[in-house]
Design a protein around this ligand. Structure first.
Ligand code: 0RA
Length: 636
C-alpha cells in the first residue's frame, strides 16, 4: 500500500457550501442516473472515502455488507472522520461532512484524492439520497454516532460513554425509494467486481464483502502482489509467453506510477489504465505516455540485439501491444478527468512524467530478463508481419471494392431513409427470422441484414483472415464505416446497429461473436453509442383479448401469481414469431427493449470474449454452461 502523509486536518478547513436540497431535486446531476448505476454509485462513493483513508496509509481493512433490509454498510479501520466542532458552522466535522455538499473534497486534500469525475461527489450526496444514514466513528477514545434521514440530522452527534481503543468509520445507508426505482437492488456481482479491483489496485488492502440477503455469499479480497496479481487474474485463461509478470513502479514528486505487464499468445490488446483507482476507460495522458515509452523501449531493445535488422521497419505500437495484458495505475495529487464519461485523465504533466519514468525502467527490465524480452520481441515481429499482410489483403479487397459501401451486400434489405441519425440496421440471425423482420419492420428507417450461422471468430483470427469472410464483409459494407485504420465514424449509414438474436445458447454465442467483432474492429462505433442489443421477450400470454409479453422467468412468475389461469407459451426462436409479434416485441421503438452496448462493458466483455473465444476449451465450456443467454454484464 502506498503510504502518504496526509496534511494535518483541522475542523476549520471544511468549506461550507449550500445544502442538499439541490441533490434531491436533481439526483441525476450528481450520480448520473436513478437506475442501477446510480444506486451503485452510492456504494462506490462511500467505499472511495475508506479507500482514500487506506491510500493515505491509515487504514488496511474495509468491510462491506449488503444488508437483508436493503441497506449497505461500509466499515473501515482508519482514523475515523473527525468529530471536533467546526468554528464557523459550530457543527461537528462529522455533521458537516455529511450535510454539506463537497465538504469532503476540501477535507481530503493532501492525500491522493479524486476530484470531480466519476466519484468524489462527496458522501453528503449519499446522505441526501438515503432514506436513512447512520454514521459511527471511533476516535479520540470514544464512540460517536449520528443518524440522518434524507440528509437531515435526526439528532445531534452523540458521544457514547464506552471507551474504545481502535479507530474507524462505519457508514450504513438505506437508499431512498422515492429517488430510486424500487425494483432495483445492489448487485453482488457488480459490488464484488469493483471491490476486487480496488483490492488489486491497493496492494495489501483487505476488502471483505458479505451478502446478508437471501443468498449467503461472501468474499475476501487481499492481494500481496497488487496489480501483479491483477494481471495473473486477467490472464488466467490465456497462455502466457513469459511466467514472470513485468512490474515497474516509480514515486514521482506529484504522482506515483505502477505498471504491470504480461504478454500472452492472444492477438488482442488488453491495456487497463487507472487514475486514483478510477478506471480511465477513455485513456488519457498516463496511457499515452505508457504507449510511447513501450514502443520506444521495444524498438531500442530489438535494434540493439539485432532482432530488427537495419532494413526492417520499426515495430508499430499495435505490434508491440499484440497479446499484451497491462495495468497502468497512476495516483495523482489533483487529477483532471475529461472526456464524454469523465474517464480520461487530462493532466498534461503526467504524460512526460510517465515517459521519463518508463524510459528508465523498461530498458532495465528488458536487459535483466533477456529471454522473456526476446520472446516478446518475437511476438511483436509476427504481429508486424501479419499487419503488413493484412494491409496487402485490405488493399486487394479495397481495389475490388468489396468493402466499398457503394456496393451494398445483396442480402441487405435496406431502408428508404438516407438519414443515418434516423436509420437503424438490424443484424438478424438466420434466414427464418429475417423474413418476419423484413415484413414487420418500418421500411422507411429500418434495414435488415441476415447473418448466416456462426460468423467467423475474430478473437482467434487476425484481421486479414476475418476480412475474407463473407458475413464480415457484408457487415462492414452495410455499416459503411470501413474498418481498422480506415474506420470513419462519419460514414456510418445507421446510428443504431441492433443485434437481434435468439434467447438461447446459440443466440448468445452469435451475439458474443458480433460483440467481439465490434469491440475489436469497430470500437469507435461502440464508443459513439451506436451498438445495441434488442432483447425480445421469452414468453407470450393471452388473457382475454389482450396479449402480454414477459421478458424472463421472474416476470413470468409474477404474472402467474396474479393470473393463475393464464397459459403462457414460450418463444423458441425469433423465426417462430409472426411479423406482427416480432414487430411489437423487437422492432417497434415504442414497445421493444433495447440495451445499449457501452465502452465500460469492454473490460468485462474482454474477459468474456477471451474465455469464450480463446483457446482454453475447458474454461469456455464452463463459461457457456454458466452464462448462456446472460446479458448481465451489459446491465450495470
Ligand atoms: C480527513 C481527516 C481525518 C479522517 C478522514 C478524513 C477520514 C474520512 C473518512 C471517510 C470514511 N472513512 C474515513 N476515514 C477517515 C482525520 C485526520 C486526523 O486524525 O488528524
Amino acid at each position: 500500500m502506498t503510504a502518504k502523509q496526509a496534511s494535518s486536518y483541522d475542523a476549520k478547513d471544511i468549506e461550507v457550501l449550500p445544502g442538499l436540497e439541490a441533490v434531491r431535486r436533481r439526483p441525476g446531476m450528481y450520480i448520473g442516473t436513478t437506475g442501477p448505476r446510480g444506486l451503485h454509485h452510492l456504494v462506490w462513493e462511500v467505499v472511495d472515502n475508506s479507500v482514500d483513508e487506506a491510500m493515505a496509509g491509515f487504514a488496511d481493512r474495509i468491510d462491506v455488507a449488503l444488508l437483508a433490509d436493503g441497506g449497505c454498510r461500509v466499515e473501515d479501520n482508519g482514523r475515523g472522520i473527525p468529530v471536533s466542532r467546526h468554528a464557523r458552522t459550530r457543527k461537528s466535522a462529522l455533521t458537516t461532512v455529511l450535510t454539506t455538499l463537497h465538504a469532503g473534497g476540501k477535507f481530503k486534500q493532501g492525500a491522493y484524492t479524486v476530484s470531480g469525475g466519476l466519484h468524489g461527489v462527496g458522501v453528503s450526496v449519499v446522505n441526501a439520497l438515503a432514506l436513512r444514514l447512520e454514521a459511527e466513528v471511533v476516535r479520540d477514545g470514544f464512540r460517536w454516532s449520528q443518524a440522518f434521514e434524507r440528509g437531515k440530522p435526526v439528532h445531534p452527534q452523540i458521544q457514547k460513554g464506552r471507551r474504545a481503543r481502535r479507530t474507524g468509520t462505519t457508514i450504513t445507508f438505506w437508499p431512498d425509494p422515492d429517488v430510486f426505482e424500487d425494483t432495483i437492488a445492489f448487485s453482488y456481482g457488480a459490488v464484488s467486481q469493483r471491490l476486487r479491483e480496488l483490492a488489486f489496485l491497493n496492494r495489501g488492502l483487505e476488502v471483505r464483502l458479505v451478502d446478508e440477503r437471501e443468498e449467503d455469499r461472501s468474499d475476501t479480497f487481499r492481494y500481496k502482489g497488487g496489480i501483479r496479481d491483477f494481471i495473473l487474474h486477467l490472464n488466467r485463461h490465456r497462455e502466457a509467453l513469459h511466467s514472470r509478470v513485468m512490474y515497474l513502479e516509480d514515486q514521482g514528486g506529484d504522482a506515483e506510477l505502477e505498471v504491470a505487464m504480461q504478454w500472452t499468445a492472444s492477438f488482442s490488446e488488453n491495456v487497463l489504465s487507472f487514475a486514483n483507482n478510477i478506471n480511465t476507460h477513455e485513456g488519457g495522458t498516463h496511457e499515452e505516455g505508457f504507449r510511447t515509452a513501450l514502443t520506444k523501449a521495444m524498438n531500442d531493445f530489438a535494434r540493439s540485439k539485432n532482432l530488427l535488422k537495419e532494413k526492417d521497419s520499426n515495430l508499430g505500437g499495435e505490434d508491440v501491444r499484440e497479446g499484451l495484458t497491462a495495468v497502468v495505475s497512476i495516483k495523482v495529487r489533483e487529477p483532471q478527468f475529461e472526456g464524454q464519461t469523465k474517464t480520461k485523465l487530462g493532466n498534461t504533466e503526467i504524460r512526460s512524467y510517465v515517459v521519463k519514468a518508463l524510459n528508465r525502467m523498461l530498458p532495465e527490465w528488458l536487459e535483466r530478463h533477456p529471454k522473456d524480452a526476446r520472446r516478446i520481441v518475437e511476438k511483436a515481429r509476427q504481429a508486424q508481419h501479419a499487419r503488413e499482410a493484412a494491409r496487402k489483403a485490405r488493399d486487394v479487397i479495397r481495389r475490388k471494392s468489396l468493402l466499398d459501401s457503394s456496393r451494398l451486400p445483396g442480402k441487405l434489405v435496406d431502408c428508404t431513409s438516407r438519414d443515418p441519425e434516423r436509420a437503424e440496421l438490424f443484424i438478424v440471425e438466420g434466414d427464418s427470422a429475417a423474413g418476419p423482420a423484413k415484413n414487420g419492420r418500418d421500411s422507411s428507417f429500418q434495414a435488415v441484414l441476415p447473418i448466416r450461422g456462426k460468423i467467423l471468430n475474430v478473437e482467434k483470427a487476425r484481421l486479414a483472415r476475418a476480412l475474407q469472410n463473407n458475413e464480415i464483409q457484408a457487415l462492414i459494407t452495410a455499416i459503411g464505416t470501413g474498418i481498422g485504420e480506415d474506420f470513419d465514424l462519419e460514414k456510418a449509414r445507421y446510428h443504431k446497429v441492433i443485434m437481434l438474436t435468439d434467447a438461447d445458447v446459440d443466440g448468445a454465442h452469435i451475439r458474443t461473436l458480433l460483440l467481439t467483432f465490434f469491440f475489436r474492429h469497430m470500437l469507435k462505433l461502440v464508443g459513439a453509442g451506436y451498438v445495441h442489443i434488442s432483447v425480445p421477450p421469452l414468453y407470450r400470454v393471452k388473457v382475454g383479448r389482450k396479449v402480454h409479453y414477459l421478458s424472463d422467468d421472474a416476470e413470468l412468475e409474477a404474472f402467474k401469481a396474479s393470473h393463475p389461469k393464464a397459459r403462457p407459451t414460450r418463444f423458441k426462436g425469433l423465426g417462430e414469431m409472426n411479423d406482427e409479434e416480432l414487430s411489437v416485441t423487437a422492432l417497434d421503438p415504442a414497445t421493444r427493449t433495447l440495451v445499449q452496448v457501452r465502452m465500460e462493458d469492454a473490460a468485462e466483455a474482454d474477459e468474456m470474449f477471451s474465455t469464450l473465444m480463446g483457446s482454453d476449451v475447458a474454461a469456455r465450456k464452463e463459461f457457456i454452461q454458466q452464462n448462456a443467454g446472460d446479458v448481465r454484464f451489459l446491465d450495470i
